[in-house]
Design a protein around this ligand. Structure first.
Ligand SMILES: Cc1cc2nc3c(=O)[nH]c(=O)nc-3n(C[C@H](O)[C@H](O)[C@H](O)COP(=O)(O)O)c2cc1C
Length: 347
Protein backbone atom coordinates (compact mmCIF):
# COMPACT_ATOMS: atom_id res chain seq x y z
CA UNK A 1 0.00 0.00 0.00
CA UNK A 2 2.86 2.30 0.94
CA UNK A 3 4.25 2.04 -2.59
CA UNK A 4 0.94 3.10 -4.12
CA UNK A 5 1.08 6.32 -2.13
CA UNK A 6 4.81 6.89 -2.54
CA UNK A 7 5.05 6.78 -6.33
CA UNK A 8 2.64 9.65 -7.11
CA UNK A 9 4.38 11.74 -4.43
CA UNK A 10 7.82 10.98 -5.87
CA UNK A 11 6.55 11.65 -9.41
CA UNK A 12 5.33 15.06 -8.33
CA UNK A 13 8.58 15.83 -6.45
CA UNK A 14 10.72 14.76 -9.37
CA UNK A 15 8.67 16.64 -11.97
CA UNK A 16 8.98 19.78 -9.82
CA UNK A 17 12.72 19.15 -9.36
CA UNK A 18 13.21 18.65 -13.09
CA UNK A 19 11.23 21.77 -13.88
CA UNK A 20 13.23 23.94 -11.45
CA UNK A 21 16.72 22.83 -12.39
CA UNK A 22 18.57 22.11 -15.61
CA UNK A 23 17.99 18.54 -16.71
CA UNK A 24 21.67 17.67 -16.56
CA UNK A 25 21.88 18.53 -12.85
CA UNK A 26 19.36 15.89 -11.85
CA UNK A 27 19.86 13.51 -14.74
CA UNK A 28 23.41 13.69 -16.09
CA UNK A 29 23.36 13.13 -19.84
CA UNK A 30 26.72 11.37 -20.13
CA UNK A 31 26.53 8.50 -22.59
CA UNK A 32 27.30 4.97 -21.48
CA UNK A 33 30.74 3.85 -22.53
CA UNK A 34 32.92 0.84 -21.91
CA UNK A 35 30.01 -1.45 -21.14
CA UNK A 36 30.72 -4.13 -18.56
CA UNK A 37 29.82 -7.77 -18.65
CA UNK A 38 29.46 -10.46 -21.22
CA UNK A 39 26.14 -10.11 -22.95
CA UNK A 40 26.19 -13.53 -24.53
CA UNK A 41 22.79 -13.93 -22.89
CA UNK A 42 21.13 -11.13 -24.82
CA UNK A 43 19.29 -13.76 -26.81
CA UNK A 44 16.25 -14.85 -24.87
CA UNK A 45 16.66 -17.46 -22.11
CA UNK A 46 20.45 -17.79 -22.34
CA UNK A 47 21.88 -16.93 -18.92
CA UNK A 48 24.62 -14.29 -18.77
CA UNK A 49 28.13 -14.91 -17.49
CA UNK A 50 29.57 -12.13 -15.32
CA UNK A 51 32.94 -10.63 -16.18
CA UNK A 52 35.13 -12.46 -13.70
CA UNK A 53 37.46 -11.14 -11.03
CA UNK A 54 39.69 -13.01 -8.61
CA UNK A 55 37.82 -12.40 -5.34
CA UNK A 56 35.45 -15.38 -5.31
CA UNK A 57 32.35 -14.94 -3.16
CA UNK A 58 31.28 -11.46 -4.33
CA UNK A 59 29.23 -10.41 -7.38
CA UNK A 60 28.33 -6.87 -8.45
CA UNK A 61 25.10 -6.39 -10.41
CA UNK A 62 24.25 -2.93 -11.64
CA UNK A 63 22.06 -1.05 -14.08
CA UNK A 64 22.85 2.42 -15.30
CA UNK A 65 21.43 4.65 -18.00
CA UNK A 66 23.89 7.54 -17.96
CA UNK A 67 26.89 5.78 -16.36
CA UNK A 68 26.88 7.29 -12.83
CA UNK A 69 25.93 3.99 -11.21
CA UNK A 70 28.22 2.18 -13.63
CA UNK A 71 31.16 4.28 -12.37
CA UNK A 72 30.23 3.48 -8.77
CA UNK A 73 29.99 -0.23 -9.64
CA UNK A 74 33.41 -0.08 -11.30
CA UNK A 75 34.87 1.63 -8.22
CA UNK A 76 33.56 -1.18 -6.00
CA UNK A 77 34.84 -3.75 -8.51
CA UNK A 78 38.31 -2.20 -8.57
CA UNK A 79 38.55 -2.46 -4.78
CA UNK A 80 37.14 -5.99 -4.56
CA UNK A 81 38.42 -7.50 -7.83
CA UNK A 82 35.23 -9.57 -8.03
CA UNK A 83 32.73 -10.62 -10.71
CA UNK A 84 30.51 -7.94 -12.25
CA UNK A 85 27.46 -7.97 -14.54
CA UNK A 86 25.37 -5.19 -16.05
CA UNK A 87 21.58 -5.61 -16.05
CA UNK A 88 20.10 -4.22 -19.26
CA UNK A 89 16.61 -3.60 -20.63
CA UNK A 90 15.64 -5.49 -23.79
CA UNK A 91 14.97 -2.14 -25.48
CA UNK A 92 17.46 0.69 -24.76
CA UNK A 93 15.97 3.84 -23.26
CA UNK A 94 14.96 6.54 -25.73
CA UNK A 95 17.45 9.32 -26.42
CA UNK A 96 14.57 11.77 -26.49
CA UNK A 97 14.43 13.00 -22.87
CA UNK A 98 10.65 13.32 -22.56
CA UNK A 99 10.02 9.99 -24.28
CA UNK A 100 12.45 8.36 -21.85
CA UNK A 101 10.73 9.98 -18.84
CA UNK A 102 7.30 8.88 -20.11
CA UNK A 103 8.51 5.33 -20.56
CA UNK A 104 10.07 5.09 -17.09
CA UNK A 105 6.87 6.40 -15.51
CA UNK A 106 4.80 3.87 -17.46
CA UNK A 107 7.15 1.08 -16.40
CA UNK A 108 6.94 2.05 -12.72
CA UNK A 109 3.14 2.18 -12.93
CA UNK A 110 3.08 -1.22 -14.66
CA UNK A 111 5.29 -2.73 -11.93
CA UNK A 112 2.71 -1.69 -9.37
CA UNK A 113 0.23 -3.83 -11.33
CA UNK A 114 2.73 -6.72 -11.29
CA UNK A 115 3.94 -6.24 -14.90
CA UNK A 116 7.72 -5.99 -15.03
CA UNK A 117 9.43 -4.53 -18.14
CA UNK A 118 11.56 -7.10 -20.00
CA UNK A 119 15.32 -7.24 -19.48
CA UNK A 120 17.95 -9.09 -21.49
CA UNK A 121 20.03 -10.16 -18.46
CA UNK A 122 19.59 -13.33 -16.45
CA UNK A 123 21.68 -15.58 -14.21
CA UNK A 124 21.44 -19.33 -13.85
CA UNK A 125 22.33 -19.36 -10.17
CA UNK A 126 24.31 -17.49 -7.52
CA UNK A 127 25.81 -20.60 -5.89
CA UNK A 128 29.39 -19.33 -5.84
CA UNK A 129 28.51 -16.00 -4.23
CA UNK A 130 27.94 -15.08 -0.61
CA UNK A 131 27.39 -11.33 -1.01
CA UNK A 132 25.72 -9.82 -4.08
CA UNK A 133 26.14 -6.06 -4.55
CA UNK A 134 23.07 -4.59 -6.26
CA UNK A 135 23.41 -1.09 -7.72
CA UNK A 136 20.89 1.14 -9.48
CA UNK A 137 19.94 4.76 -10.11
CA UNK A 138 17.03 6.13 -8.09
CA UNK A 139 14.05 6.76 -10.35
CA UNK A 140 11.23 8.72 -8.69
CA UNK A 141 12.46 7.47 -5.34
CA UNK A 142 12.39 3.85 -6.54
CA UNK A 143 14.86 1.25 -7.81
CA UNK A 144 15.34 1.83 -11.57
CA UNK A 145 12.98 -0.53 -13.36
CA UNK A 146 15.48 -2.91 -15.05
CA UNK A 147 16.90 -3.81 -11.63
CA UNK A 148 13.41 -4.24 -10.19
CA UNK A 149 12.73 -6.76 -12.96
CA UNK A 150 16.01 -8.56 -12.31
CA UNK A 151 15.35 -8.87 -8.56
CA UNK A 152 11.76 -9.96 -9.21
CA UNK A 153 12.85 -12.65 -11.69
CA UNK A 154 15.73 -13.93 -9.54
CA UNK A 155 14.23 -13.63 -6.04
CA UNK A 156 14.09 -17.37 -5.38
CA UNK A 157 17.67 -17.86 -6.63
CA UNK A 158 18.81 -15.05 -4.32
CA UNK A 159 17.16 -16.63 -1.25
CA UNK A 160 19.62 -16.97 1.62
CA UNK A 161 22.16 -14.60 0.01
CA UNK A 162 23.40 -11.33 1.48
CA UNK A 163 22.53 -8.31 -0.66
CA UNK A 164 24.51 -5.06 -0.36
CA UNK A 165 22.63 -2.16 -1.97
CA UNK A 166 24.27 0.86 -3.60
CA UNK A 167 22.64 3.64 -5.60
CA UNK A 168 23.14 7.05 -7.18
CA UNK A 169 20.63 9.88 -7.36
CA UNK A 170 20.31 13.61 -8.00
CA UNK A 171 19.45 14.24 -4.37
CA UNK A 172 16.87 11.67 -3.17
CA UNK A 173 17.55 9.17 -0.40
CA UNK A 174 17.87 5.39 -0.71
CA UNK A 175 15.54 4.16 2.05
CA UNK A 176 12.36 3.73 -0.06
CA UNK A 177 14.29 1.71 -2.61
CA UNK A 178 15.89 -0.41 0.14
CA UNK A 179 12.38 -1.27 1.36
CA UNK A 180 11.49 -2.22 -2.23
CA UNK A 181 14.54 -4.50 -2.46
CA UNK A 182 13.48 -6.23 0.77
CA UNK A 183 9.96 -6.71 -0.67
CA UNK A 184 11.30 -8.02 -3.98
CA UNK A 185 13.72 -10.46 -2.30
CA UNK A 186 12.02 -11.39 0.97
CA UNK A 187 14.28 -14.39 1.57
CA UNK A 188 17.55 -12.50 1.12
CA UNK A 189 19.30 -10.55 3.84
CA UNK A 190 19.72 -6.87 2.95
CA UNK A 191 22.98 -5.74 4.54
CA UNK A 192 23.31 -2.54 6.48
CA UNK A 193 24.52 0.11 5.77
CA UNK A 194 23.58 0.78 2.16
CA UNK A 195 25.60 3.22 0.02
CA UNK A 196 24.05 6.24 -1.71
CA UNK A 197 26.00 8.83 -3.67
CA UNK A 198 24.09 11.92 -4.75
CA UNK A 199 25.42 13.96 -7.68
CA UNK A 200 27.29 16.41 -5.41
CA UNK A 201 29.14 13.47 -3.78
CA UNK A 202 30.46 11.72 -6.91
CA UNK A 203 33.93 13.22 -6.39
CA UNK A 204 34.15 11.31 -3.07
CA UNK A 205 33.43 7.96 -4.74
CA UNK A 206 36.77 6.30 -3.94
CA UNK A 207 36.84 7.11 -0.21
CA UNK A 208 33.10 6.50 0.26
CA UNK A 209 33.41 3.02 -1.25
CA UNK A 210 36.45 2.20 0.90
CA UNK A 211 34.72 3.14 4.14
CA UNK A 212 31.46 1.43 3.10
CA UNK A 213 33.27 -1.87 2.43
CA UNK A 214 35.01 -1.53 5.80
CA UNK A 215 31.67 -0.97 7.54
CA UNK A 216 30.28 -4.07 5.84
CA UNK A 217 33.38 -6.00 6.91
CA UNK A 218 34.00 -6.98 3.29
CA UNK A 219 37.51 -8.15 2.52
CA UNK A 220 38.99 -6.11 -0.32
CA UNK A 221 41.47 -7.43 -2.88
CA UNK A 222 44.32 -5.46 -1.28
CA UNK A 223 43.45 -6.40 2.26
CA UNK A 224 41.98 -9.85 2.35
CA UNK A 225 42.78 -13.04 4.11
CA UNK A 226 41.69 -15.12 1.15
CA UNK A 227 45.34 -16.07 0.63
CA UNK A 228 45.68 -17.21 4.25
CA UNK A 229 44.22 -20.63 4.36
CA UNK A 230 44.19 -21.33 8.08
CA UNK A 231 41.28 -21.04 10.48
CA UNK A 232 41.18 -21.48 14.25
CA UNK A 233 38.97 -24.00 16.03
CA UNK A 234 38.23 -23.76 19.74
CA UNK A 235 36.64 -26.70 21.56
CA UNK A 236 36.72 -28.13 25.02
CA UNK A 237 38.97 -25.27 26.22
CA UNK A 238 41.58 -26.05 23.55
CA UNK A 239 42.46 -23.93 20.55
CA UNK A 240 44.00 -25.42 17.41
CA UNK A 241 44.31 -24.61 13.71
CA UNK A 242 43.19 -26.21 10.47
CA UNK A 243 44.42 -25.62 6.95
CA UNK A 244 41.67 -25.16 4.37
CA UNK A 245 41.66 -26.36 0.78
CA UNK A 246 40.94 -23.81 -1.95
CA UNK A 247 37.43 -23.88 -3.32
CA UNK A 248 34.33 -21.67 -3.37
CA UNK A 249 33.05 -23.39 -0.18
CA UNK A 250 36.08 -22.35 1.89
CA UNK A 251 36.11 -18.86 0.36
CA UNK A 252 32.49 -18.40 1.40
CA UNK A 253 33.27 -19.83 4.85
CA UNK A 254 36.12 -17.33 5.32
CA UNK A 255 33.89 -14.50 4.10
CA UNK A 256 31.37 -15.52 6.80
CA UNK A 257 34.11 -15.74 9.42
CA UNK A 258 35.31 -12.25 8.51
CA UNK A 259 31.91 -11.04 9.73
CA UNK A 260 31.66 -13.12 12.90
CA UNK A 261 32.88 -16.32 14.55
CA UNK A 262 30.72 -19.41 14.06
CA UNK A 263 29.81 -21.72 16.97
CA UNK A 264 28.57 -25.20 16.12
CA UNK A 265 27.02 -27.69 18.50
CA UNK A 266 28.44 -31.06 17.43
CA UNK A 267 27.48 -34.65 18.21
CA UNK A 268 29.01 -38.01 17.35
CA UNK A 269 27.71 -40.01 14.43
CA UNK A 270 28.62 -43.54 13.32
CA UNK A 271 31.66 -43.77 15.61
CA UNK A 272 33.64 -41.86 12.97
CA UNK A 273 32.70 -38.17 13.09
CA UNK A 274 31.29 -35.21 14.96
CA UNK A 275 28.66 -33.30 13.01
CA UNK A 276 26.63 -30.12 13.59
CA UNK A 277 24.54 -27.62 11.66
CA UNK A 278 26.21 -24.43 10.43
CA UNK A 279 22.83 -22.67 10.45
CA UNK A 280 23.34 -21.47 6.87
CA UNK A 281 24.42 -22.92 3.51
CA UNK A 282 27.79 -22.73 1.80
CA UNK A 283 28.45 -23.45 -1.89
CA UNK A 284 28.96 -27.20 -2.43
CA UNK A 285 31.90 -28.79 -4.25
CA UNK A 286 30.85 -32.39 -3.63
CA UNK A 287 32.97 -35.26 -4.86
CA UNK A 288 33.60 -38.86 -3.78
CA UNK A 289 36.03 -38.53 -0.87
CA UNK A 290 37.68 -40.91 1.61
CA UNK A 291 38.34 -39.16 4.90
CA UNK A 292 41.31 -39.31 7.26
CA UNK A 293 41.22 -38.41 10.97
CA UNK A 294 41.18 -34.60 11.28
CA UNK A 295 39.42 -33.94 7.96
CA UNK A 296 36.89 -31.08 7.92
CA UNK A 297 33.92 -31.82 5.66
CA UNK A 298 30.86 -29.91 4.43
CA UNK A 299 27.88 -32.27 4.28
CA UNK A 300 24.86 -31.34 2.14
CA UNK A 301 26.02 -27.72 2.08
CA UNK A 302 24.94 -26.88 5.63
CA UNK A 303 26.49 -29.37 8.08
CA UNK A 304 30.04 -29.10 9.39
CA UNK A 305 31.78 -32.41 10.09
CA UNK A 306 35.05 -33.25 11.85
CA UNK A 307 36.19 -36.80 11.09
CA UNK A 308 38.11 -38.84 13.64
CA UNK A 309 37.90 -42.01 11.54
CA UNK A 310 37.59 -42.94 7.89
CA UNK A 311 34.51 -42.83 5.70
CA UNK A 312 33.83 -42.63 1.96
CA UNK A 313 31.03 -40.41 0.68
CA UNK A 314 30.13 -37.76 -1.88
CA UNK A 315 30.69 -34.49 0.00
CA UNK A 316 32.87 -31.36 0.07
CA UNK A 317 36.30 -31.44 1.68
CA UNK A 318 37.01 -28.15 3.49
CA UNK A 319 40.42 -28.89 4.98
CA UNK A 320 42.22 -30.70 7.78
CA UNK A 321 43.16 -30.04 11.40
CA UNK A 322 46.89 -29.31 11.54
CA UNK A 323 49.28 -31.78 13.18
CA UNK A 324 46.93 -34.72 13.74
CA UNK A 325 46.87 -38.11 12.04
CA UNK A 326 45.13 -40.50 14.44
CA UNK A 327 41.65 -40.96 15.86
CA UNK A 328 42.99 -40.56 19.40
CA UNK A 329 44.63 -37.20 18.63
CA UNK A 330 41.42 -35.78 17.12
CA UNK A 331 39.21 -37.05 19.95
CA UNK A 332 41.68 -35.66 22.48
CA UNK A 333 41.34 -32.16 20.94
CA UNK A 334 37.55 -32.46 21.00
CA UNK A 335 37.29 -33.76 24.58
CA UNK A 336 36.51 -37.36 23.66
CA UNK A 337 33.10 -38.69 22.65
CA UNK A 338 29.95 -36.70 23.43
CA UNK A 339 28.43 -33.32 22.60
CA UNK A 340 30.86 -30.43 22.17
CA UNK A 341 30.59 -26.83 20.96
CA UNK A 342 33.25 -25.97 18.38
CA UNK A 343 33.89 -22.32 17.54
CA UNK A 344 35.45 -21.41 14.19
CA UNK A 345 37.29 -18.12 13.75
CA UNK A 346 39.78 -16.57 11.35
CA UNK A 347 43.30 -17.19 12.53
C1 LIG B 1 13.55 8.53 -14.94
C2 LIG B 1 14.43 9.17 -13.91
C3 LIG B 1 13.93 9.44 -12.65
C4 LIG B 1 14.76 10.02 -11.69
N1 LIG B 1 14.25 10.25 -10.44
C5 LIG B 1 15.03 10.81 -9.50
C6 LIG B 1 14.53 11.05 -8.19
O1 LIG B 1 13.39 10.75 -7.84
N2 LIG B 1 15.35 11.64 -7.29
C7 LIG B 1 16.63 11.99 -7.60
O2 LIG B 1 17.32 12.50 -6.74
N3 LIG B 1 17.14 11.74 -8.83
C8 LIG B 1 16.38 11.16 -9.78
N4 LIG B 1 16.88 10.91 -11.03
C9 LIG B 1 18.30 11.18 -11.29
C10 LIG B 1 19.15 9.90 -11.23
O3 LIG B 1 18.86 9.13 -10.08
C11 LIG B 1 20.64 10.21 -11.18
O4 LIG B 1 21.00 11.07 -12.23
C12 LIG B 1 21.47 8.94 -11.25
O5 LIG B 1 22.79 9.22 -10.84
C13 LIG B 1 21.50 8.36 -12.65
O6 LIG B 1 22.27 7.19 -12.64
P1 LIG B 1 22.82 6.52 -13.98
O7 LIG B 1 23.76 7.52 -14.62
O8 LIG B 1 23.55 5.32 -13.51
O9 LIG B 1 21.67 6.21 -14.85
C14 LIG B 1 16.09 10.33 -12.01
C15 LIG B 1 16.57 10.06 -13.28
C16 LIG B 1 15.75 9.49 -14.23
C17 LIG B 1 16.28 9.19 -15.60
Amino acid sequence: MKRFLTLPLMLLTFILLSACSPANEQIPATDMSDQQGNHEGDEENIPDIPTTGKNGPYLILFCSRTSNTERLAQQIQSQLDCDILEVQPVRPYEEDYNAMLNRTQEELAAIQQGNYPPISTSMDNFDKYDVIFVGYPIWYGSIATPMQTFLHEHASKLAGKHIALFATSGSSGISTSADEAAELCPESEILSPTLLLTSSQFSEMDSRVTSWLEQLNIQTANNNNMGKNQIRLTANGKSFTATLVENSSTEALKARLSQSNISIQMNDYGDMEKVGSLGFSLPRNDQQTTTDPGDLILYQGNSFVIYYDTNSWNFTRLGKIDGVSTREQVLDLLGGKGEVTVTLSLK
